[in-house]
Design a protein around this ligand. Structure first.
Ligand code: ADP
Ligand code: ASP
Ligand code: MG
Length: 417
């Protein structure tokens, strides 16, 4: 029997009537002859509420209990979706992660898939069940504890099931009708893309476009899953939404295909770090050990400052804003043990990252110049720059984020097909 994976995000299962609406879409596919694996998120807002409860109960919480609590939102929607389908006379049942079992690593709150053995679920399909409703976002560790995959992880559950079960397609139903040139909630001129290359989607996702979790795009690219993003609120067919696919399936390719942003960034600068061989490793080693996710890094030219015997330099790096305290602690500890020395640690928690992405950049020069000119024309000051083969990112004051996104969308003429 051909099989489809259909994933419904939080807003698409926000209440009982939306669950019914989603179930009707599943029913349509069952009537077309498909077996369906449905992946559900928690009702919108639920996971945030659960995270809040954990943090209020225990600020330095045990990550295993965090996962036990925050995974529960998906259990509710999985059961409700199965019941809704049964009411429509579709043979369906729910599956929590451990029942499949969805085997993951024990990295709580950021677990990765190890294996999804098919036997249990295949046996149920063979018995005549048409739909398996799986709680997204969760799994079980080798120690038998419940794990979660990181925020937005239900997308990754969907792609992993599509790969494991050889699904014809993996359809991600959400509250927008596809992937846009930028977040349509920020820029009214954002344009829906019919297709986007895996590499570009990967960059956009990792630079903040939360329409797909980064890891889901990675998995889809590796296992050649036909991945599609479409609206759960509209009538849809095989041609709806945005297909995430190989580069060579896309005819037209612009230099820049999208603009992404990430609001929750922070910039940290170590002032007058004693500059000697090994200094970068003495700084970033302890940060990595503390689990801090360093993104951009800039080291200034070293100079000899008053009061210092040798040369000193300033080292700036960016981290997610909720990791600033952890990063500060790691730096203060490294200074206390004498492995690094610096005069001051300056923190700027009011920054955002804005990035332009496009595979066309590989072969075109002048993209950075065009980007910086567009920002300069709006008087937006750039604090840090980072580039890779297909993206350019800048750190700017958070209050200019929307303005910068729109200016770049205009500068690269993204509203035009
Ligand atoms: P779900 O709950 O269905 O998983 P998410 O909120 O995680 O939905 O992701 C969908 C949201 O992603 C959209 O509502 C939109 O605001 C945001 N988004 C950010 N960048 C983009 C983009 N380039 N294209 C489409 N949506 C985007
Ligand atoms: N409910 C989880 C979250 O909000 C997983 C998901 O929706 O993908 O992060
Ligand atoms: Mg999501």
């Amino acid at each position: 029997m051909p099989l489809l994976v259909m994933k419904f995000g939080g807003t698409s299962v926000a209440d009982l009537s939306r669950i019914k609406n989603a179930a009707a879409k599943v029913k349509t596919e069952v009537e077309r002859g498909y077996d369906v694996i449905v992946i559900v998120s928690a009702m919108s807002g639920k996971t945030n509420e659960l995270v809040g409860w954990v943090e209020s109960t225990s600020p330095l919480y045990d990550a295993r209990e965090y996962d036990a609590v925050v995974s529960s939102g998906e259990n509710v929607t999985a059961g409700l979706m199965a019941l809704t389908l049964q009411e429509m006379d579709i043979p369906a049942r729910s599956w929590q992660g451990w029942q499949v079992p969805i085997q993951t690593t024990s990295a709580h709150a950021a677990a990765r898939f190890v294996d999804i053995p098919r036997a249990n679920m295949d046996a149920k399909f063979a018995e005549g069940f048409k739909v398996a409703v799986v709680a997204g976002f969760q799994g079980v560790s080798p120690e038998g504890r419940i794990t979660t995959l990181g925020r937005g992880g239900s997308d990754t559950t969907a792609v992993a099931f599509a790969a494991a079960f050889g699904a014809e397609r993996c359809d991600i139903y959400t509250d927008v009708d596809g992937v846009y040139t930028t977040d349509p909630r920020i820029s009214p001129k954002a344009r829906k893309l019919d297709k986007i290359a895996f590499e570009e989607m990967l960059e956009l996702a990792s630079l903040g476009a939360k329409v797909l979790q980064t890891r889901s795009v990675e998995l889809a690219m590796r296992y050649k899953v036909r991945l599609r993003v479409l609206s759960s609120f509209e009538d849809t067919d095989e041609t709806s939404g945005t297909l995430v696919c190989d580069e060579d399936e896309i005819m037209e390719s612009k230099v820049v295909s999208g603009v992404a942003y990430s609001r929750d960034e922070a910039k940290m600068t170590l002032i007058r770090v004693a500059d000697r061989p090994g200094v970068a490793s003495a700084i970033f080693g302890p940060l990595a050990e503390a689990g801090v996710n360093v993104d951009m890094i800039v080291q200034n030219i070293s100079e000899t400052a008053a009061g210092h015997s040798g040369a000193t330099t300033d080292m700036t790096f960016s981290v997610p804003v909720n990791q600033v305290a952890r990063a500060r602690k790691a730096m203060e500890e490294a200074r206390a043990t004498g492995s690094i020395s610096y005069d001051e640690l300056v923190e700027d928690t009011d920054v955002a990252k804005v990035s332009v992405v496009g595979i066309g950049m590989r072969s075109q020069v002048g993209v950075a110049a065009r980007m910086f000119a567009a920002l300069a024309a709006e008087n937006v000051n750039i604090k840090v720059i980072a580039t890779s083969e297909i993206k350019i990112s800048v750190l700017i004051d958070r209050k200019y984020m929307e303005l910068a996104v729109q200016a770049l969308h205009d500068a690269f003429e993204l509203e035009k097909a």
